[in-house]
Write a protein that binds this ligand. Structure first.
Ligand code: ACO
Length: 317
């Protein structure tokens, strides 16, 4: 049987940068509050580009830099909670834009856990016979947010990144641990589509809402427990944690009794990019030479967020 291996990474960030100070022009907030509570200094914001444009740039980079024939791609999975449309999927738009004519393509909705869910899904496809796929996390969170709500508007950013996964003879994505709890689905709500039919009309519920403290406790309790379960007695070189809040990552490092150096952080520059946060971080680490993609570094990807959905995959990179 065949197993999935991450062989290349890429990212694409829209060019507009919005700093914390920029936000104070219309929000009662401060650079000091945002940095001390979250670690975020700035975020990238897409203007005319939509989620599919960001993801297409990532797919093109992966194809061009690896010099592969797009017709040899078997699947494209896009993890997103901010698709351009409910149909077509972002993944289908990307498939058409890059000419991946043999690829099945679909979006996966698991909010900030989306990339982890998508990597696990890709691994399972490869174990059942597919040979090559793109897994992309891409978000335009800026279109979901209520920009007058300081408690959420300061937290998020736009961006996309992804990986090329290919069949290999031995396992690289060695463990997967995916979870959900729909009883807490109201803790993070976004993208409500009001019914406007001949038979029933409904008011819009407005922009993204989040129970910040609830999500914080969820990260500290459920996510920590699942991460420990996933790791077991394995030793880990790097923890690539969903980039929502610096303080959550610092506390997590303490709970795991691991040095903070094993938890790379880049939310400073991007804010919370939801499903894109882990692959953006991964691509930066590959670019810096910290992660070598030579199969010797034991790494965990941990994502958590709306759903509630959370998960971990243990990956040799
Ligand atoms: N600027 C200034 N003041 C603010 C701001 C702001 N941007 N936002 C809130 N405040 C105020 C509040 O009004 C409150 O004032 P009060 O005490 O007078 O009522 C005070 O600051 C404290 O607010 P809290 O919400 O209690 O602040 P907290 O310290 O809990 O930090 C935060 C909020 C950063 C959201 C934190 O709870 C957190 O990080 N939670 C986890 C979020 C997370 O990880 N989300 C990831 C999932 S996202 C996904 O799945 C898409």
């Amino acid at each position: 049987s065949q197993f999935g291996r991450i062989v290349a990474t890429a990212r694409y960030l829209p060019s507009k940068v919005v700093t914390n100070n920029d936000l104070t022009q219309w929000l009662d907030t401060s650079d000091e509050w945002i940095q001390s509570r979250t670690g975020i200094k700035q975020r990238h914001i897409a203007e005319e580009e939509n989620t599919s444009d960001l993801c297409t740039q990532v797919a093109k980079k992966l194809i061009e830099e690896q010099n592969i024939d797009p017709a040899t791609i078997d699947f494209i999975i896009v993890a997103t909670m901010s698709p351009d449309y409910t149909s077509p999927s972002v993944a289908c738009i990307v498939q058409g834009a890059v000419g991946a004519s043999s690829a099945m393509a679909f979006d996966l909705s698991a909010a900030c856990a989306g990339f982890v869910y998508a990597v696990a899904t890709a691994e399972n496809f490869i174990r059942s016979g597919q040979r090559r796929g793109l897994v992309i996390g891409g978000e335009k969170t800026s279109k979901l947010i209520d920009w007058t709500d300081r408690s959420t508007a300061v937290l998020f950013g736009d961006g996309a990144a992804g990986v090329l996964i290919e069949a290999a003879d031995e396992p690289y994505i060695t463990k997967q641990n995916l979870n959900a709890d729909g009883r807490r689905s109201k803790s993070l709500v976004s993208g409500h589509r009001p019914t406007n039919s001949l038979f029933y009309q409904e008011e819009s519920q407005g922009g993204l809402t989040m129970d910040g403290r609830g999500i914080w406790n969820f990260a500290m309790n459920d996510v920590t427990t699942s991460l420990k379960e996933c790791i077991g007695s394995d030793s880990v070189d790097y923890y690539l944690f969903h980039q929502a809040n610096r303080r959550i990552i610092e506390k997590m490092a303490k709970k795991l009794k691991e040095p903070l150096e094993k938890f790379p952080i880049n939310l400073t520059n991007y804010g919370n990019t939801s499903a894109a946060s882990i692959p953006i971080l991964l691509d930066e680490l590959v670019e810096a030479g910290t992660i070598r993609l030579d199969g010797t570094q034991n790494t965990v990807f941990t994502g958590y967020g709306g759903g509630l959905a959370w998960g971990n995959v243990l990956v040799r990179l």
